[in-house]
Design a protein around this ligand. Structure first.
Ligand SMILES: N[C@@H](CCC(=O)N[C@@H](CS)C(=O)NCC(=O)O)C(=O)O
Length: 226
């Protein structure tokens, strides 16, 4: 049985966009897993993997850290129903675009709400680590200011996905695959962290997000939201 180490917030919320990628990938492969929640200050749980971040999976003799490495491991260890189709490099590109453009556009507009949902025991860690990243620990103030332009900027960043989703139901075509899971992870992160409305109802990305929430018996929709 595979064990997935997944970031945990208050009330068992699971916000990590990278862990969501791993969960979608496991579901895509039809694999079950044992869930191991990890708080920010429980790094000892993932020390065996020499990792400071989640997701980490333990799959028989294999210990794999990093969501992209996990996707590649699952696709080679369980070759049926490819995660990438013929285009592993396309999937890597989309996941990298989400890391480099979508997450940075989201973080400033949800950091205050994210902090409110961090487990109290992990709050000092979050204050210190994210405070250094942002140059302030006034996350609520930072978020309020960022939201002035930030929602429109976030929607603009999604334009490449929007153009594709105007023409087809998923980034990967008629069926979802890893590029969809990579972007869905960002939306699950937001959904678990903040009640903020991110998308307009007539945005093709909105309709795609609904489809992603419905996948795998509503795995994303059923997860505890903000
Ligand atoms: N490149 C890594 C990034 C993973 C990552 O940053 N995970 C965050 C949670 S979303 C984490 O574990 N952070 C721990 C920390 O900030 O101490 C991946 O794709 O798995």
């Amino acid at each position: 049985m595979i064990t997935l180490y997944d970031l945990v917030f208050q009330d068992d919320r699971r916000p990590s966009p990278f862990c969501w990628r791993a969960k979608f990938a496991l579901k895509h492969k039809g694999l079950g897993w044992r869930d191991e929640p990890v708080g920010f200050t429980e790094k000892q749980k993932i020390a065996f993997a020499q990792s400071q971040t989640v997701p980490v999976i333990h799959d028989g003799p294999n210990v794999v850290k990093d969501s992209w490495a996990i996707a590649q491991h699952l696709d080679s260890a369980y070759p049926e129903k490819s995660l990438f189709g013929p285009a592993r490099h396309h999937a890597h590109f989309v996941a990298s675009w989400v890391d480099a453009a979508v997450h940075p556009a989201l973080f400033p507009i949800l950091v205050g709400d994210l902090y409110d949902r961090v487990r109290p025991v992990d709050q000092p860690y979050f204050l210190d680590s994210r405070g250094k990243r942002l140059g302030t620990t006034d996350f609520a103030g930072f978020q309020a200011k960022a939201r002035g332009q930030g929602v429109a900027a976030f929607r603009a960043v999604l334009e490449p996905a929007r153009r594709v989703l105007k023409e087809q139901p998923f980034l990967s075509g008629e069926q979802p695959a890893y590029p969809d899971y990579a972007l869905a992870g960002a939306f699950l992160w937001a959904r678990v962290a903040t009640p903020l409305t991110l998308l307009e109802a007539d945005d093709p990305v909105h309709a795609w997000r609904e489809r992603m929430l419905d996948l795998f018996d509503g795995m994303g929709r059923k997860a505890k939201a903000a």
